[in-house]
Design a protein around this ligand. Structure first.
Ligand SMILES: N[C@@H](CCC(=O)N[C@@H](CS)C(=O)NCC(=O)O)C(=O)O
Length: 245
């Protein structure tokens, strides 16, 4: 899990939560990838996103360079260290892996954002976790929570999802989950005998949906698919035994 390397890699990400390595699917995907690749790294918990080149997490420092975006970071590490995780994939498999990651990260992720930050039914349940994530005093939370929900709703409207009713948003997320479950079928991993970056991304988004500790239609849809739940648990047992149930 921790091959000695002449380089140092520092991963900057949010504080762990919900019994997950990270409450951000992108951070969890990258940390999972680093463990799958056996690349030694240091983890630094972010207090602010100001140092991130994109203003988003995760980002890494490697060889004196700072790189943001989990996908770009994985591409960089794959090239730098001889394609330790995705190297055996064919071009067709790479195309499928990319398409599925885009589904998870550019669509399903936004339904999960709605689930956590905006859904009026459960927004209050998220508040104490949001406080931990942002590291702010409790008395600021009523106003911060309202501002955050408003800001994220604006982003969701720009992305397009936020222009739909809650029912339609849940339906769209459920369709994504079904597509992922049907695609994975009963296979242990997406592409053959060993997990790839796709599996890191799948476990990260499904884990973040099912381990969010309150009910909603997206979580119910994911929990119905035992193959997705088993895939997440398999990845946790393999990469994060210290957190696995
Ligand atoms: N495409 C990016 C997305 C990263 C991302 O959206 N991170 C979220 C956390 S899940 C973030 O930092 N959001 C802070 C913000 O938008 O201000 C990646 O793969 O790393």
């Amino acid at each position: 899990m921790t091959a000695e390397l002449p380089v140092s890699i520092t991963l900057y990400q949010f504080t762990p939560m919900f019994g997950l390595p990270n409450p951000s699917p992108f951070c969890m995907k990258l940390e999972t990838y680093l463990r799958l690749a056996g690349l030694a790294h240091k983890v630094v918990t972010l207090k602010s996103l100001k140092q991130s080149p994109t203003g988003k997490a995760p980002y890494i420092e490697i060889d004196g360079a700072v790189i943001a975006d989990s996908g770009l970071i994985i591409n960089h590490l794959e090239r730098r260290f001889g394609h330790p995780v995705d190297g055996r994939l064919t071009l067709v498999q790479r195309a499928e892996s990319l398409a599925l990651q885009r589904l998870m990260e550019e669509h399903l992720y936004w339904v999960a954002v709605y689930m956590r930050w905006v859904d009026p039914g459960t927004r209050a349940l998220w508040r104490p976790h949001m406080q931990k994530l942002l590291g702010l005093p409790a008395f600021t939370m009523p106003i911060i929570a309202r501002l955050a929900a408003r800001g994220i709703m604006r982003t969701l409207r720009g992305q397009g999802l936020g222009r739909h009713t809650p029912e339609v948003i849940w339906q769209m997320g459920t369709a994504d989950i079904q597509a992922l479950a049907h695609w994975l079928g009963n296979r242990a991993w997406g592409f053959g005998e060993a997990p790839t970056a796709f599996d890191a991304g799948l476990a990260a988004i499904i884990g973040n949906i099912i381990r969010t500790p309150w009910d909603n239609p997206l979580r119910a849809a994911a929990l119905k698919h035992t193959s997705l739940v088993a895939h997440f648990e398999r990845m946790m047992a393999r990469c994060f035994p210290e957190l696995a149930a």
